[in-house]
Design a protein around this ligand. Structure first.
Ligand code: FAD
Length: 384
């Protein structure tokens, strides 16, 4: 590891902007929104005006023209206030925009990026299927060629974040056999796309997660992203970056848990004084604080590599593997330090506990991150 660079003045500025927005507009409502399963779509759209929905989009396409490091510092601030809102930000800036930015034609960039960066259109990324998650190459959704060069897409997609309100979908479908027979498309919602109801889940109650049914949806020839058969490469390259944003999300959840535990430990009294004087309370807090700093460094290191145009697949996997575990452990520690109040809905500890777990699952489970890291070390020998 060559070390994460110090944040620049520009990073500090967007960090302060995101923090102010998160503390003023998200945190005060996060408890109620999660209890009511309210997805604050209007709030997400409003973030476009602040430049938070097109962070890495070049200014020429209406974005903020910043880098992945900037996206990561924003992610941590938003996730600290509410994990569900932060994943909408991650998908908009990451999974929906990056494939267009890095694999789209000039016409596709001009068509989609300004509207996505402004929040006038919200995006989703549809790779996973009911029977193909970790094994993305096993996807079965088909895109049948039409005589005029267009395509007709049929199949089911599962667990699609932002799916309930997205205007634009990046979707992966089979145009041939094998892993080289998958292609990527970008399309608006329209006839032939049936959006399911939000799927009830353990946490992330402010995030829309739906099943999509493509029922012979017709898209024009201009919808294909990249070359035919390049879809899996587009999908995996996008996830290489997406994982770094989820690592940043995990840091935000861990930080919220740490801050709450510290505050509570200083105020709660037992046996004649604050519980903060007990080593049994101090040590778990100290462990999380040290591991959170390590996780953030890994995250910023991976982001810096991406910003420098250098390989970051393994580093992103390491960041997500470590940060997601820190988030889960930090939330567990927080519930424990708060005792009975930690288990109650009165404090956000129980929400952090439920939200943290997802960071070990989406954009590649922790097992898949280990597979990626091991392959980086062992090469072909790891493939058997
Ligand atoms: C809330 C939420 C939001 C999501 N958002 C999106 C989205 O916006 N777009 C999208 O496309 N997808 C999304 N997903 C899907 C998510 O990325 C997948 O759930 C994830 O990749 C795991 O796939 P799976 O659920 O099919 O589990 P499976 O692949 O069936 O895995 C089941 C278990 O087997 C393990 N396993 C599988 N293969 C291996 C292996 N080779 N070695 C060791 N262990 C292995 C896994 O680690 C896991 O523990 C979302 C999921 C959730 C829950």
């Amino acid at each position: 590891m060559t070390g994460a660079p110090a944040l620049t003045g520009t990073h500090r500025e967007i960090q302060a902007l995101a923090r102010e927005f998160a503390e003023g507009e998200i945190a005060p409502h996060a408890g109620d929104w999660n209890r009511d399963h309210h997805v604050p779509v209007d709030l997400v759209r409003r973030m476009g005006a602040l430049g938070l929905l097109g962070i890495t989009v070049p200014e020429a396409y209406g974005g903020a023209g910043l880098d992945y490091t900037a996206l990561c510092v924003v992610m941590e601030e938003i996730a600290r206030a509410d994990a569900g809102v932060s994943v909408a930000v991650a998908v908009q800036n990451g999974l929906a925009q990056q494939p267009i930015l890095h694999h789209g034609s000039e016409a596709q960039k001009a068509e989609w990026l300004p509207l996505l960066a402004a929040g006038e259109l919200l995006g989703a990324y549809a790779l996973t299927e009911p029977d193909a998650g970790s094994d993305a190459a096993a996807l079965r959704t088909r895109a049948e060629a039409e005589g005029d060069g267009g395509w007709r897409i049929s199949g089911a997609k599962m667990w699609i974040t932002n799916g309930g309100f997205a205007d634009v979908f990046v979707v992966f479908a089979r145009t041939g056999a094998g892993s080289r027979g998958i292609s990527a498309f970008v399309t608006r919602t329209g006839p032939g796309l049936v959006v399911g109801k939000d799927i009830p889940k353990l946490g992330l109650h402010t995030s829309s997660t739906v099943e999509l049914t493509f029922d012979g949806m017709r898209v024009g020839p201009e919808a294909m992203l990249g070359a035919p058969g390049e879809g899996l490469r587009v999908a995996l390259a996008t996830l290489d970056g997406g994982r770094i944003t989820i690592a940043a999300q995990a840091c935000g959840i861990a930080r919220a848990a740490l801050e709450l535990a510290v505050e509570y430990a200083g105020q709660r009294t037992a046996f004649g004084g604050p519980i903060a004087r007990f080593q049994g309370v101090q040590f778990p807090i100290a462990d999380v604080a040290a591991r959170l700093d390590a996780a953030r460094l890994l995250t910023l290191h991976a982001a810096a590599l991406r910003d420098a145009g250098r390989p970051h697949t393994v580093e992103g996997a390491k960041a997500k593997l470590v940060a997601s575990r820190v988030a889960v452990d930090a939330a567990d520690m927080c519930v424990q330090v708060l005792g009975g109040y930690g288990y109650s809905a009165e404090f956000p500890a129980e929400r952090l506990y439920r939200d943290a777990k997802i960071t070990e699952i989406y954009e590649g489970t922790s097992e898949i991150q280990r597979v990626v890291i091991a392959r980086g070390l062992l090469g072909d020998a790891a493939r058997g």
